[in-house]
Ligand binder design. Structure first.
Ligand SMILES: Cc1cc2nc3c(=O)[nH]c(=O)nc-3n(C[C@H](O)[C@H](O)[C@H](O)COP(=O)(O)OP(=O)(O)OC[C@H]3O[C@@H](n4cnc5c(N)ncnc54)[C@H](O)[C@@H]3O)c2cc1C
Length: 434
């Protein structure tokens, strides 16, 4: 597809080049909307771990830009058994006080697309290939935003340089600096909150995993539930690797809120999951000896009051950082990007004067859904760890989970965007200010 030549009289700065920033960059660039991405690191990069996308996110990828979806398809891994191609996760109960549990599948969740997982770095590499290099500026750590006398936004970077744009989209993650400049450093929404969960993450060769726990549980997505913790696994890298994430209730506060990881060891994980099923012990035993401990933070205690202020907007984790229990945070980045790109593409949005209305329409459409997923994910974290009213009753867990999942997977992304664009056009007039 050829990129349409410049279609708008404004330029958008995207701060941060993670999944949110890069998908937005591709969605805007391929609509002929001028962009520049400012990334604080020397190059784009993601950690070596898995991330999975649900049907709503896959639909949103196609809306953003077909190339995003094609890149995703190239690196996507699904459940490896054909009988499980619609299964999202099989759920097993992996803990019983004082007993060795023999794991069997208690229930399964399904989606129209089953499980769709990627190795984060592989997916990001696919996106990076598609973004024109001249649109990306590295080593630009945003510190502050001010307004020029002509109304343009001025970004101030850590290296003492500045750059201007008509509008800024903060895609700079959970500790967003853009959010801090919008609300002031002392506003509660600036500081993310510890959800009291920690996680251990591992990638192990699939051959080894299959030998250890058997083909069915190794080669398809499984969620092991128990007291104060849960472990999820799914295949990535076209089935060559198994992604493991083990969540556990923390036994104390996270002292250093500046750092979201601290050094840990495999023994720590084995101690946390002592007395669980043999499969769980085997999974953790396969992880690296040095196993960093991740603190799970979110924006749930102090949600951001609005994702926009004038010509500055927040997207992805900068707007609504969620704990990972719904497996939806990255998918919501893509949904956000699809909304913003379609709103900005509307003929009603022509000059920088129209941007505030477009951003407001984005906020109106995304705020409640963004905040909901953060709270619902917190609930799932408790439910999976048998700390909610459902207790260890797997039937009750299944019922509650299916109800919440449907809100994510069955979301009508196209319909929602069409409505939002129509409302904006009604406000601005079909081809710019009424
Ligand atoms: C354990 C775990 C498992 C998860 N699993 C899933 C899953 O299965 N499915 C799912 O959908 N989601 C999942 N998520 C959530 C998902 O990872 C995030 O929602 C998503 O990666 C957020 O992307 P982002 O681009 O908004 O932020 P980030 O990935 O944090 O990217 C922010 C970017 O901005 C840059 N940056 C930061 N500050 C500045 C600055 N001041 N100036 C310039 N650049 C800056 C950073 O260097 C980075 O490149 C999981 C999260 C965790 C922790």
């Amino acid at each position: 597809m050829t990129v349409p030549s410049k279609t708008k009289d404004f330029e958008i700065a995207i701060v941060g080049g993670g999944i949110a920033g890069l998908v937005l960059a591709l969605a805007l660039h391929n609509r002929g909307i001028p962009i520049t991405v400012y990334e604080r690191s020397a190059k784009f990069g993601e950690i070596g771990a898995g991330v999975s996308f649900t049907p709503n996110a896959v639909k949103a990828m196609k809306i953003c830009y077909e190339g995003v979806y094609e890149g995703f398809e190239r690196v996507c891994t699904r459940n490896m058994w054909s009988s499980k191609l619609q299964t999202y996760f099989d759920y097993v109960s992996s803990y019983e006080e004082g007993k060795v549990v023999d794991e069997t599948i208690a229930f399964s969740t399904t989606t129209s697309l089953g499980q769709n997982a990627v190795h984060r770095a592989h997916f990001l590499d696919e996106m990076v290939k598609l973004v024109p290099p001249e649109k990306c500026i590295f080593n630009k750590h945003l510190i502050n935003i001010t307004q020029a006398p002509n109304g343009r936004q001025v970004m101030h970077f850590g290296d003492g340089t500045t750059a201007e744009a008509d509008a800024i989209v903060g895609c700079d993650g959970i500790k967003s600096r853009v959010r801090a400049t919008m609300y002031g450093a002392d506003h509660p929404c600036v500081t993310p909150s510890f959800t009291n969960k920690i996680a251990y993450r591992g990638l192990v060769p699939m051959e080894k995993a299959t030998e250890a726990i058997g083909a069915e549980f190794a080669q398809n997505a499984v969620m092991h539930l128990g007291k104060n913790g849960h472990i999820l696994t799914f295949p990535v890298a076209h089935g060559k690797t198994m992604n493991i994430v083990a969540f556990h209730e923390s036994d104390g506060n996270w002292e250093d809120t500046e750092r979201l990881t601290k050094p840990g060891r495999r023994e720590d994980a084995l101690r946390d999951f002592a007395g669980w099923s043999d499969n769980v012990t085997k999974l953790l035993s396969m992880c690296e000896e040095e196993l960093p401990i991740w603190a799970i933070f979110d924006t749930g205690a102090n949600p951001v009051p609005s994702f926009v202020k004038g010509n500055v907007a927040l997207m992805g984790d900068a707007a609504h950082a969620t704990s990972p229990h719904h497996g939806a945070g990255a998918g919501f980045c893509v949904e956000d990007a699809a909304y913003l790109a379609c709103l900005l593409q509307s003929p009603a949005v022509q000059t920088s004067e129209d941007l505030a209305a477009a951003f407001q329409a984005y906020n109106d459409a995304r705020l409640d859904r963004g905040h909901w997923v953060v709270q619902s994910s917190r609930y799932l974290g408790k439910m999976y760890d048998w700390m909610s009213v459902e207790g260890n009753d797997m039937d009750k867990i299944a019922t509650e989970l299916r109800k919440r999942n449907a809100i994510i997977y069955d979301f009508d992304v196209e319909g929602g965007i069409a409505q939002s664009v129509a409302e904006l056009e009604a406000k601005l007039g079909k081809s710019g200010k009424k």
